[in-house]
Design a protein around this ligand. Structure first.
Ligand code: SIN
Length: 526
């Protein structure tokens, strides 16, 4: 069934999708696909805040320099500068919408809102709403979106693929409705805001992470993907094997939290002069090394010295969650373990969110703008969502004419694929990615991952030609191919850089490092 023509179709309702909808809606009609699962997406769980130059003691050059250092030589400096320069006005806009950022009532405050610190930042520049910033931003944006007469919110449609035409343009999306029926949404312009690919791994910092669905939908239309090997592991996810995934914000270290091992010893000062506030790749690797060395499955984050009043004041959400899980963080150190958190790679875009496919845009974690390079600095992600959703939104305020080329047909059939089979292949893929393509990769491990994933691919591929579409099957098909492309990028990078650490080639390679660029058709040669 084909729906009527949509002007701007936005797929994904986290911070990036919501901001874009608001930026465009006074000029063109927007259809926003926001399945209820988006309320559990990465934006909602982002605790720490948004990095921007707001304090009179800070400056743009310092934020640019810190981002370049964290990105370990692979950032696109133009993207970094653009993002950092747009930061203060983007925050001003959020304040004007009513986001309840935490005020700073202290007598010497140079800015009306409290600014915290996180790893890699040489200054206090993270504006936040207690320790639940993502939730506060999403809730505020949602209220504005729901009130806008030109935005149609669709909660019952999930995109499983994009529609292309004979001229290579994107022309909308194929979706499944709540009853599993295929719906085609033809659109003048399509925007992916579908999140990253942490769901390729077993342990993640959010309960329902994306698994690169948007990246592969774009790749199916021929879009270039970039820097897939740089998957970030957040150093401090709560170690709680029986409980839901839960992040312990980097702001906890920013306010003085110390990492200790099972013997109660700090280990970060011996690794890096910035200690607990080194960039995430360094801290996650140091924790991983401690766990390997001592044979333990977690380390601890200790904030007891901050005192109960400060802990409850700065971290009410973390305090309450840990208390519900039987952990008193005022009197006990917090058991923590690194977990998959953020994809620095994604669909290649320019500064206005345009992909290499005409009429297809990508914003937020699904995109790779060049800002993060080989390792994203803390709280630059919500900043990127905001800045690029706004620049993309401005670009989409007027429509360019579309060609009259024929639309490509859907490739789905009627044969059901059992849920058990889907679950089994997905678990095997996640197991391989977590064991072989995580914080430390070796040549042998990557070879094993490539072979194992190719086997899983051979198991699923013959059934895809006439398979009946379901969300679970489409997501698995996207994830499995993306995992293979990720391993291909990791094998091709013959150096260690940022989040890609391979002891078989431990040093930086070229003085002028190149991003990895890959297309879906490259799978044929793997
Ligand atoms: C955190 O609060 O540590 C997560 C925020 C981020 O990933 O930037």
């Amino acid at each position: 069934m084909t729906d009527g023509k949509h002007e701007v179709l936005v797929i994904g309702g986290g911070v990036a999708g919501l901001v874009l909808a608001l930026e465009v809606a006074d000029h063109r009609r927007v259809t926003l696909l926001r399945p209820t699962s988006d309320d559990q997406g990465a934006s909602r769980w982002a605790q720490g805040g948004i990095a921007a130059v707001l304090s009179p003691q800070d400056d743009i050059e310092a934020h640019v320099a810190d981002t370049l250092v964290a990105g370990d030589g692979l950032c696109d400096e133009r993207a970094v500068r653009f993002t950092v320069e747009q930061g203060p006005s983007a925050i001003e806009w959020l304040v004007s919408l009513g986001v309840p950022f935490t005020p700073d009532a202290s007598a010497d405050a140079g800015y009306p809102y409290h600014l915290t610190r996180e790893g890699g930042h040489g200054a206090r520049r993270i504006i936040h709403a207690d320790d639940a910033t993502g939730r506060a931003v999403v809730e505020t944006l949602k209220q504005h979106v729901e009130a806008h007469p030109n935005i149609r919110l669709c909660g019952d449609l999930t995109a499983i693929g994009l529609i292309g035409d004979g001229e290579g343009h994107c022309r909308g999306a194929r979706c499944l409705d709540a009853d599993g029926r295929l719906q085609e949404l033809a659109a003048e312009d399509t925007v992916l805001a579908t999140g990253g690919a942490s769901g390729l791994y077993r342990h993640t910092t959010s309960p329902q992470p994306a698994s690169g669905e948007g990246m592969m939908m774009a790749a199916e239309l021929g879009a270039e993907l970039m820097n897939l090997e740089f998957q970030q592991f957040h150093p401090t996810c709560l170690y709680d094997p029986e409980g839901p995934a839960f992040l312990i914000s980097e702001a906890v270290r920013g306010e003085g939290g110390l990492l200790i091992n099972a013997a109660g010893e700090r280990f970060m000062p011996a690794v890096d002069p910035r200690a607990e506030l080194a960039p995430r790749d360094i801290v996650a690797r140091a924790i991983d090394a401690q766990m390997q060395r001592t044979g333990t499955d977690h380390v601890y984050l200790d904030i007891r010295h901050l005192g109960e009043a400060a802990i409850r004041h700065h971290f009410p959400t973390i305090h309450a969650h840990c208390a519900r899980r039987g952990l008193d963080i005022v009197h006990q150190p917090i058991p923590v373990v690194p977990a998959a958190h953020y994809s620095c790679g994604g669909v290649t875009t320019d500064l206005g969110g345009a992909t290499t496919v005409p009429r297809l845009h990508a914003i937020g974690e699904v995109a790779c703008t060049g800002l993060h390079g080989a390792n994203r600095m803390a709280s630059n992600s919500l900043l990127e969502c905001l800045v690029y959703a706004r620049s993309c939104g401005r670009r989409l305020r007027s429509a360019a004419p579309l060609p009259t080329a024929e639309l490509a047909p859907a490739h789905w059939g009627r044969q059901p694929v059992a849920l058990d089979d889907i679950g089994e292949i997905r678990d095997a893929m996640r197991q391989l990615m977590s064991a072989r393509v995580a914080i430390v990769r070796t040549d042998q491990g990557l070879d094993e991952a490539a072979r194992g994933l190719a086997q899983l691919h051979r198991r699923l591929a013959p059934r895809m030609a006439d398979a009946a579409p379901t969300i679970a099957l489409a997501n698995l098909w996207h994830a499995l191919r993306l995992a293979r492309l990720t391993v291909a990028c990791a094998r091709a990078r013959r150096e260690s850089r940022g989040l890609h650490f391979n002891p078989d080639c431990p040093v930086h390679g070229e003085a002028m490092p190149r991003p990895s660029r890959i297309h879906l058709q490259d799978l044929e040669a793997i």
